[in-house]
Design a binder for this molecule. Structure first.
Ligand code: NAD
Length: 368
């Protein structure tokens, strides 16, 4: 059987620094676990613009469509702020999401015990938290027509349209139910069916997909505003939350921040299955290119490492190895190894990006 294939797009700023640590772990899987990934590397974002005059070259886009999974670092930087909108670094990322049709965005909110005191919530509310928000990513109010700023009479009116087709709702619902089956078998769907027709349809379609295809998964429905309150009150009541693009944008940021630093947050964006049964997939840390710390060895590589763990689980059916990587991260944190962003008020000496990667490798070695 062919080796699993990965396209690495490290991007700008701290992207290449955090990705270097993931490459060490990919190497570790080759030497210690006998799993060799066919890795191709290419440019995205500002570095692609510098070389090709576009943030994503057509050849790179074609490669992304061919591989089993894409792993992205981060894009952007102040030197690109004044570029035309059409060639800004972020356009490269948006093109990948759009052309790969990555409609299902998975944002875990997982609280490692060693970092529970970093949360703005009380320790017992967040310690051991492990939930995933599935956000619909390619439709809804960010894309619906009509949109724009128009003039009506003697004033301007800003319009965006919330629009969802049945099939768009059904496919993201399936993605959430599949995910729940690999976890604790619980899905909570969030919308505003009390005030929005698109919310009524959302609720109906999620229920229909459930009843026909996933009756074994426990399904509940909740209004999204109540969902926000419940996430603050007692987030551990959830397992998988599925919601639309707009509510998902807000709720996933909120849930992620329950757990502490931006340098810890991974994400996956999944599309339809390819011929080999694997979903189209892009894995990336939630953080940006952090120009304020780029090139200084200060970046926390854990978000990128955990994104690779998600690739192991969702693209390569290597759930046990994904858990092995997550446990290695947990152990390193429990041992008190901290990059600068994870230093508490008690202080101490932070490790560098590379030292954090080495500590994870050592914990992986110890897991064998
Ligand atoms: P950012 O996420 O890059 O940084 C926000 C803050 O968090 C900074 O203080 C940074 O030092 C810190 N931080 C982020 N990641 C960290 C890590 N791994 N370890 C330690 N500290 C970390 O967001 P920003 O400053 O708003 O944006 C900077 C650039 O990144 C902009 O050009 C923006 O457009 C781009 N951006 C890209 C993405 C992406 O590639 N997906 C996402 C967000 C922002």
């Amino acid at each position: 059987m062919a080796n699993p294939s990965l396209l690495i797009l490290a991007g700008d700023g701290i992207g290449p620094e955090v990705m270097a640590e993931v490459k060490k772990i990919i190497g570790w899987f080759g030497t210690k676990r006998g799993v060799t990934f066919d890795v191709t590397e290419d440019l995205v974002g500002g570095c692609a613009y510098d070389k090709h005059g576009t943030p994503l070259h057509d050849d790179t886009m074609a490669k992304a469509q061919e591989v089993d999974a894409v792993l992205l670092g981060a894009v952007g930087g102040p030197q690109y702020d004044n570029l035309d909108f059409s060639v800004k670094p972020e356009r490269g990322l948006l093109r990948l999401r759009k052309e790969m049709d990555l409609f299902s965005n998975l944002r875990p909110a997982q609280c490692f015990d060693a970092l529970a005191d970093f949360s703005s919530l009380k320790r017992d509310v967040v310690a051991g938290l492990d939930i995933v928000i599935v956000r619909e990513l390619t439709s809804g109010v960010y894309f619906g027509e009509p949109r724009g700023i128009f003039t009506e009479g003697n004033e301007r009116v800003g319009i965006n349209t919330q629009r969802y087709t049945e099939s768009e709702i059904a496919r993201v619902a399936r993605s959430a139910f599949e995910l729940a089956r690999r976890r604790n078998n619980k899905v909570c769907s969030m919308e505003k069916a009390n005030v929005m027709e698109s919310g009524i349809l959302w609720r109906q379609v999620v229920q229909e997909v459930h009843d026909k295809e996933y009756p074994d998964v426990a399904l509940t429905h909740m209004y999204a505003d109540n969902g926000a309150m419940q996430l603050c009150r007692w987030p551990k009541q959830f397992d998988v939350i599925v919601t639309d693009n707009l509510f998902g944008d807000v709720l996933s940021d909120m849930a992620a921040m329950l757990t502490g630093s931006l340098g810890m947050l991974p994400s996956a964006s999944l599309g339809l299955p390819m011929a080999n049964g694997r979903p189209k997939a892009l894995y990336e840390p939630v953080h940006g290119s952090a120009p304020d710390i780029a090139g200084q060895g200060k970046a926390n590589p854990i978000a990128c490492i955990l994104s690779f763990a998600m690739a192991l689980r969702y693209s390569f059916d290597m759930g046990d190895d994904a858990t092995r990587v997550e446990k290695a991260v947990e152990k390193v944190l429990a041992d008190g190894v901290r990059t600068a962003d994870l230093m508490g008020p008690e202080g101490g000496v932070p490790v560098t990006t590379s030292q954090m990667g080495d500590a994870v490798i050592a914990a992986l070695d110890a897991s064998l």
